[in-house]
Design a protein around this ligand. Structure first.
Ligand SMILES: [Zn+2]
Length: 373
């Protein structure tokens, strides 16, 4: 294993189950005890890891190690139509401080740089410890513009933000970032493969295998209806076009009962805000909004089943602000959809959970990707 991989594996192992002894780290990572000792010595010198007492054992007592949460920090920025969410994260995954601000659509680098400055100044942490900025979400204001769930010209905005702040800027797809955030925050450990389904102003997914996030936010473009409506990506019948948040909000606006239940007025609210209003109404028992969500959830569940079967996963995590608001419909729908074939054919039990940090997952994940890079 290359030196960088060994460092990362050791930091991940401690993050997932701290405090750990060197012997335990060797067991978890598969590294030799000599390699662990050598790398841990370097991590102690750099202040990333600290010693935290001794474990009682039958033989020689073992020194336990944990991460110093603020030894390295990074900023995560998530953009959605009209709003930027900023989080400051340390290497244990906790949010040190957070901030949400209105921004232009599309957002400018100066607006984001100002937010980063306020976040860092208010955190009380030495900005010199900040390794960089992870930038994710709808860079072109695509919360109102559609598209295939890529980073949408984020490279340009990333370059301008780098110039404005002097920090390294890493631009990442929001679903990929959310998956990284889930791995980071939930302390799942590298042996647990999972799919993080992300619902923001569009649908996406990140797949984590062996502690690595596979690229690709293409979950919204899984075909769920062969002869379905055209999709912004150029194909047709995609999950996004049939059941994505933009489609759902459009259906709610055109349905008088649902529009009244959710308080949707014609015009300018973002997809994310419209979706949140529909979910809020459905949670309060509004039948037309609930029916629209159930219809969307049935298609999302079918696509989720395909992903789980294709990759043989047994954990699905729902994340992003959309699922934070509507997991009470989507979670059970996915579970119901997957359970029969699980029992009859695959002989596994897929767990569907909701991220504990669903609303800020992609901002946290973008920061995590900076800390790991
Ligand atoms: Zn598509």
């Amino acid at each position: 294993m290359a030196r960088g991989r060994a460092r990362e594996a050791i930091l991940d192992a401690i993050r997932a189950a701290e405090p750990l002894s060197r012997v335990e780290i060797a067991g978890v990572t598969g590294l030799t005890e000599a390699a662990v000792s050598m790398t841990v010595r370097r991590l102690l010198d750099e202040g990333l890891v600290v010693e935290t007492g001794r474990a009682p054992t039958a033989g020689k007592p073992r020194t336990l190690l944990r991460l110093d949460p603020s030894a390295r920090i990074a900023v995560g920025v998530h953009l959605d139509a009209g709003t930027a969410t900023f989080v400051l994260t340390g290497q244990t995954g906790g949010i040190i401080s957070r901030l949400a601000r209105p921004v232009s659509t599309p957002a400018t680098a100066d607006e984001l740089a100002a937010g980063v400055t306020v976040l860092l100044a208010g955190s009380g942490v030495d900005a010199a410890r900040c390794l960089g900025i992870g930038l994710t979400g709808a860079m072109d204001g695509a919360g109102t513009g559609g598209g295939a769930g890529t980073t949408h010209g984020g490279g340009d905005l990333g370059d301008r933000l780098r110039a404005a702040t002097g920090f390294t800027v890493l631009v990442e797809n929001d679903a990929t970032a959310a998956a990284a955030g889930e791995y980071w925050v939930a302390r799942l450990g590298p042996e647990r493969a999972f799919a993080a389904l992300h619902l923001g102003s569009r649908l996406g997914a990140g797949i984590v295998v062996g502690g690595r996030v596979l690229r690709g936010g293409g979950f919204g473009h899984v075909c769920v209806r062969a002869d379905g409506p055209p999709c912004g990506c150029g194909s047709r019948g995609c999950l996004e076009a049939v059941a994505g948040p933009r489609t759902l909000v459009a259906l709610a606006r055109s349905d008088a009962a649902a529009a009244a239940e959710a308080g949707l007025e014609p015009g300018s609210r973002s997809v994310a805000a419209g979706f949140a209003a529909v979910a809020r109404a459905a949670r309060a028992g509004a039948p037309a909004c609930l029916a629209l969500l159930e219809e969307s959830a049935a298609h999302v569940a079918a696509a989720a089943e395909s992903v789980v079967n294709l990759l043989d996963l047994d954990l699905v995590v729902l994340t992003g602000p959309g699922f934070a608001a509507a997991s009470f419909v989507y979670g059970p729908a996915i579970q119901r959809r997957i359970a029969p074939a699980d029992a009859k054919t695959w002989h596994r039990s897929v767990t569907v959970t909701v991220s504990s940090a669903a609303a800020t997952a992609s901002a946290t994940g973008a920061a995590a990707m900076v800390l790991r890079s």
